[in-house]
Structures are given as C-alpha cells and as structure tokens.
Design a protein. Structure first.
Ligand SMILES: Nc1ncnc2c1ncn2[C@@H]1O[C@H](COP(=O)(O)OP(=O)(O)OP(=O)(O)O)[C@@H](O)[C@H]1O
Ligand SMILES: [Mg+2]
Length: 327
C-alpha cells in the first residue's frame, strides 16, 4: 500500500457450497487498486471476476484474506458503510438494479436519503449526477425505467452511483448487454468521469480489446486466481502467462502483433469445485513442463510492470525451463 492506493485486496478467498462440493470462486487474490486508476479484470466465464467484485464491497462473505480501504482493514459495520459510500458498483443489467416503480429523479435521489445527506443538497447533486452521464434532468427526471433505452438505463444506474460522489466505481461488465454504438457512448461517459472527477474504475470484462483501450492496468483471472497483472499495453502486447497468451491470440487485438499463431485453449474447462493441483492452468497449458503439476506458482516479476504466476519465469527453474524448450 502507498499513498496512491485506494483499495488493497490481500489473499482473498470466497467459497460457495455447490452441488459437487465447494466452489473456490476466489482463491487467494491479492490486488492493488490505485486512486484514479482504471484497473481491468479479465478472464473467461466462471473465473471469479464478479465474485471478486462483490467480495471487495462485502456483498459476499470471504472465507479468508482482507480488504483494505486506504490501508485500513474493512471488517466492521462502520468501515463497510464508509467503503460502500466511497466505492460504488455498477452491474451488467441495469434493468435489474433500477426500481421499475420509481422515476429517474427518485432513483438518483434515493442513495442521498439512505446516506442521510441534507435535503437542501439533493436537487443540485441529482442534477449534476444526471448531467455527468449526459442525461438532461428536465427531460429524464420524471421518466420510469421502462421508458428508457438500455443505454439510458445504464446511465441512470451510473448517475445513482455518482450522486454520492464516490472515489471508485466497480463496473461488472457494464456494457456487455448493450449494442455496439451505445457501448461506445457509455464507455465515453466512464472515460470522461475518470478525466473530470478523477474517478477510479475497476472494469470487469470478457473483452480484451476493450480492456486494452480503456484500462491503465490489467489483472487476468483464471480459476479464482490472478495469473498475470501489469500495465494494459504490457499485458496485451507482451503477455507472459500462457493463459493470457491464449486469450490474446484468440481475439483480434489491433496491436497484439496480429497474424500470430492461434494458440487456442484445449483440455477440460475449468471447474471451481475441482481446482487442479500444482499450477491450476497446467491441464490446459500448451507450455507445461516437469514441475507444473506439482508446484503452485506465485506471481513472479517478469520485467517491467508485469507479474505472472507461471513457473516458466521462476529463475530457480531456469535449467528445467531451458531443457523443456529444447534450448
Ligand atoms: N452464488 C453462488 N453459488 C454457488 N456458486 C457460485 C455462486 N456465484 C458464483 N459461483 C461460482 O463461482 C465461480 C466464479 O463465478 P463468477 O460469477 O464470479 O465468475 P465470472 O468470472 O464473473 O463469470 P462471468 O464472466 O460468467 O460473469 C463459478 O464457478 C461459479 O459457478
Ligand atoms: Mg461475472
């Protein structure tokens, strides 16, 4: 943690009871989210992105680990209340989060009432929040959610989060249900909020090219663990973990050195109730070698801004790595 840190996640674990046993949805995640930073969280479906986001705000209980706000542990009612005031969350489907019986003006005012903000401040703050997401308060304040398009509904959800003037916004696939043109508009709204309000974002997405365009740093999740992290250009243009390499080659990312060999993932689909021993990616890894089925790699510095949880980068194994490559 340093002065720049907004939130710190340390060795966080979240487990669910599932039919086939215990799902280790988040399985030892450590992550730093800096003030004003757009931190991307990417990974396949089921890798634990949403669970991580919810656990960061105490919306699901954690089995182990800690969440800190500016270096202070969030572990009681008071600290959780403060966290949820300063860090808000946006979901994929705004229709589910907006009360269908409330008008837009009421929806955006509600958080102020809940937080006990003096009534005299309500109108100006609601107006500013709506204007910040590009909705004219006069035109939209009296409408109901069903009278809005998908993009307008997501703007209302963002306004309702902004009205408390948070420092961070955790966005869980906020544009994945929207048409391409609307998607661009919502991304522009988020980008503008970062620039104008200095708002930090956690941006959860399946879409690597989106993460590359929007994020300052990226964390790649696989089966409940962060397996690679670093600056967005480093991670996308020079991925160091074979999982990230497979993700990058599977999608067209303009500057990812295109034309490369498509190294599609094979092997069993990951199952959080049966996390493989050793490196959790080894059953699907095209580059696995000797110790991968026994040794669970920590995040290892690979140069520049990057860390990768891969034994190919373990200096102590350099000889085996060379032998496996046939160097
Ligand atoms: N409430 C729950 N009960 C049981 N298992 C759950 C629950 N929520 C999530 N899981 C399991 O935890 C793992 C991680 O799920 P999560 O929804 O966090 O993944 P995700 O990365 O957000 O996926 P997606 O990209 O599909 O949204 C999955 O194996 C999922 O089945
Ligand atoms: Mg999800």
């Amino acid at each position: 943690m340093n002065d720049e840190t907004l939130m710190d996640v340390r060795e966080l674990e979240v487990q669910f009871r599932a039919r086939r046993g215990v799902a280790r949805a988040v399985d030892g995640v450590s992550l730093e989210w800096r003030r004003g930073e757009v931190l991307g969280v990417v990974g396949e479906s089921g890798s634990g992105k949403s669970t991580l986001a919810r656990a960061m705000l105490g919306l699901v209980p954690s089995a182990a680990g800690a969440v800190e706000l500016e270096g202070r542990a969030v572990n009681g009612k008071a600290s959780l209340g403060e966290l949820r005031r300063r860090v808000q969350m946006i979901f994929q489907d705004p229709y589910q989060t907006l009360n269908p019986r409330q008008r837009v003006g009421t929806i955006v005012t509600e958080p102020l009432i809940v937080q006990g903000v003096p009534r005299g401040e309500h109108e100006a703050r609601v107006r500013r929040a709506l204007e910040d997401v590009g909705l004219d308060p006069e035109r939209f304040g009296g409408r109901y959610p069903y009278q809005l398009s998908g993009g307008q509904r997501q703007r209302v959800a963002i306004a309702a989060a902004l009205v408390l003037e948070p420092e961070g916004l955790i966005c869980d696939e906020p544009v994945s249900m929207l048409d391409a043109s609307v998607r661009t508009q919502i991304l522009a709204v988020l980008g503008e909020l970062k620039r104008r309000r200095g708002l930090g974002l956690v941006f959860i997405t399946h879409d690597l090219s989106l993460a590359w365009a929007l994020c300052d740093r990226i964390a790649v999740m696989y089966l409940g663990r962060v397996v690679e992290q670093g600056s967005a250009p480093d991670v996308i243009e020079r991925p160091q973990h074979p999982y990230t390499q497979a993700l990058v080659t599977a999608v067209p990312v303009p500057s990812a050195g295109g034309g490369g060999r498509r190294e599609l993932l094979s092997g069993e689909l990951p199952d959080a109730t049966a996390v493989p021993s050793g490196c959790r990616f080894h059953p699907r890894c095209p580059r696995r070698f000797g110790p991968c089925d026994r040794v669970d790699p920590p995040l290892i510095a690979t140069g520049g801004s990057q860390l990768a949880a891969c034994l190919l980068h373990d200096p102590a194994l350099a000889t085996e790595v060379q032998a496996a490559r046939g160097d």
